[in-house]
Every structure is written in C-alpha cells, then in structure tokens.
Design a protein around this ligand. Structure first.
Ligand code: HEC
Ligand code: HEC
Length: 276
C-alpha cells in the first residue's frame, strides 16, 4: 500500500500528463495489483466503490471478501458459492468459456439460481446492480483481455410446433434418441442425473459436480424451452456440461428441448421463458 503522499504525487503527475486518474485512486486501497481493474477503463471510481459497498452488504458472506467463494457461510453449503477469481460463469448468452454479458449477470443476480442459496436480489436499484456487476469484474484478470469477450448469441425463436401437443410428442421422440446417445451417459436414460459417468465428474473449481436431475421442479438455467435451448447452445463454463452447438444443429437442439420438457412436471411444460 502506498503512502498518501506517494498517491498524491502520482495523481499530480497523471494530471500534468493529462491522464484521467479515476483508477489512480485505487492505489490508496490495500488491494493486490491484480485486483485494481485499471486496465479495463470505462467504469468510474465512484461506481466501483458503490459496487464494493453493495457487495460487502449482500454478497461477501458467501462469495468472500476476495471473491474466492470462501465467505463465512460457504463451508456448509452443498453447492459452493462461485469463486469469481477464475472468471468462469455458468449462465450466459455467450459461447462456452467466454465472459458473460452484463445482462447475463443481471439475470443471475435478480433471478437467483433455483435450488441453490444464490437468492434473488430484486431489491437492488439499477445503479446498485450496475455497480455490483462492475465490482465483480475486478476479481478476475479474464475481464482485462479482449479475447475473453464475445457478443451475445442471437437465439432463434422457439419453433411453432412447440405449441402443438401432438407435434411436440413426435419431436420429443427424435430428441429421446439424441438424448440416449449424447446426454444419458451423464444425466442417465431417465434424465435423473444418475448416468454411468455421473460419479466421477469435477468442475474447474476442483469440486465434484452432479449432472442436473432434469425432472426437478426448477432448473437453474430457467424452465422455459428457450432457457433449455440456451444452455444446450452455450454450455456451462467451468463444468463438464459443454456446448452442443457444434454437435447438434438448431432443429436437433429443439428436438432435445422437447424431450427434456417431456420429462418435466406437467405444469412446467409450457411456461414462459425466464429470458425469452
Ligand atoms: C447465501 C449465499 C449467497 C449469497 C449471499 C450470494 N450468492 Fe451468488 N452464488 C451463490 C451460490 C451457491 C452460487 C453458485 C450456484 C451454482 O454454481 O450454480 C452463486 C453464484 C453466483 C454467480 C455466478 C453465476 C454463474 O453464471 O456462474 C454470480 C454472478 C453471483 N452468484 C452473484 C452474486 C451477487 C452479486 C451477490 C450479492 C448481491 C450474491 N451472489 C450473493 C451463493 C450466494
Ligand atoms: C459430460 C457429462 C454431461 C453430458 C454429456 C451432458 N451434461 Fe448436462 N450437465 C452436466 C452437469 C455436470 C451439469 C450441472 C453443472 C453444474 O451444476 O454446475 C449439467 C447441467 C445441465 C442442464 C442445466 C440444469 C440447470 O439446473 O440449469 C441441462 C438443461 C442439461 N445439463 C441438459 C443436457 C442435455 C440435454 C445433454 C445432451 C445434449 C447434456 N446435458 C449432456 C453434465 C453433462
């Protein structure tokens, strides 16, 4: 940590050189060099500090003061709070391994992740949300490399046949064949998450990870056809649930969606997508 005098001197030099010094103020805080998001530009120091405050009030208890997922509450939780330091996010609209968009993070933070302790932070105002998202980005170096960014994928609208029960059954039958070949190894033939490969799976955080029971009342990705299509297209970064965008064409992915919907509780077969 630099002394006040040293920070003042750096600021003065920056000002003389005509450099904006919003991130220079970071030098006054006891963060490791890798934490100072100075290379990203864009966000103001005020926004960063506002985000830090919201994070400390709402998120730190699980995600930890260094964003490593080791908050006070973490050790007793069956699904560990995400460490933000590796920069991998499961729920995105971008290709596998790419960073999420701000909207993706907004959806997770306000919508929560069903079946985990990650709650819905709907009470945060728009500015607090924006600030928290900015603050989350300071935890990982991945946010500082242009290569890790990608635009959101443009997802196709759900096919019209989804509304027709008879047609849906036909497509679900095609989807079942694909499911047996490509998904059952992990998710089990019945979609209950007990496939032969299920036991040995680990995620990028070194924790064992269970294939989702696709029959449970609520999936984390959302319960609508578009939500399931999205996860098949993007995969869940940091987990063995990879993208199937290369292996399966768009019509085949919708067939699989129809099959997954057929496994789900009746009342959830035609819900509105969380993010249509
Ligand atoms: C009670 C514990 C808890 C609190 C408090 C909490 N989270 Fe989480 N959070 C989790 C858990 C558990 C996961 C991991 C879920 C999973 O792996 O599916 C998670 C995952 C996430 C993710 C990663 C989503 C992805 O795509 O991989 C983000 C982003 C996130 N939380 C943001 C926040 C923010 C911002 C706050 C505060 C406003 C917050 N969390 C508060 C438990 C918590
Ligand atoms: C190599 C093993 C593996 C294969 C193959 C696989 N999955 Fe997964 N899948 C997983 C794991 C593990 C998770 C949960 C990841 C987590 O919890 O972080 C998951 C999660 C999911 C989810 C998200 C559930 C939620 O709560 O959001 C859906 C939907 C899904 N898989 C469907 C499929 C379909 C359909 C296929 C075949 C096209 C498939 N998976 C193939 C391992 C696999």
């Amino acid at each position: 940590m630099l002394s006040k005098a040293a920070v003042a001197a750096i600021r003065k030099r920056a000002a003389l050189a005509g450099i904006g010094f919003s991130w220079m103020s970071m030098l006054a805080f006891p963060l490791a060099a890798e934490d100072a998001p100075k290379a990203r530009g864009g966000a103001s120091y005020e926004l960063y500090m506002q985000g830090r405050h919201v994070y400390e009030q709402n998120c730190l208890i699980c995600h930890g003061d260094r964003g490593d997922g080791n908050g006070e509450m973490a050790k007793d939780l069956p699904v560990k709070p995400r460490s933000f330091r590796e920069g991998f996010f499961k729920f995105r609209s971008t290709p596998y391994d790419k960073l999420p968009t701000d909207n993706d993070l907004r959806r997770t933070i306000t919508g929560g992740l069903s079946g985990t302790t990650m709650g819905m932070y709907k009470h945060l105002g728009e500015k607090d949300l924006e600030a928290t998202i900015e603050y989350l980005k300071s935890f990982s170096r991945r946010w500082r490399k242009a290569d890790n960014y990608a635009a959101a994928i443009e997802f196709p609208a759900p096919p019209a046949w989804l509304a027709d029960a008879g047609a849906r059954t036909e497509h679900a039958e095609k989807g079942r064949v694909i499911f047996s070949a490509m998904c059952a190894g992990c998710h089990g033939p019945a979609g209950d998450g007990n496939g032969p490969a299920a036991q040995a799976l680990k995620d990028a955080w070194g924790q064992s990870v269970t294939p989702a029971d696709l029959r449970q009342p609520h999936l984390r990705c959302g319960d609508g056809p578009s939500d399931i299509f999205r996860i098949l297209t993007t995969g869940m970064s940091g987990t063995p649930m990879v993208s199937f965008a290369g292996a399966l064409g768009v019509p085949q992915r919708w067939d699989v969606v129809a099959y997954v919907l057929s496994l789900r509780p009746d009342n959830l077969q035609q819900p509105t997508a969380r993010n249509p």
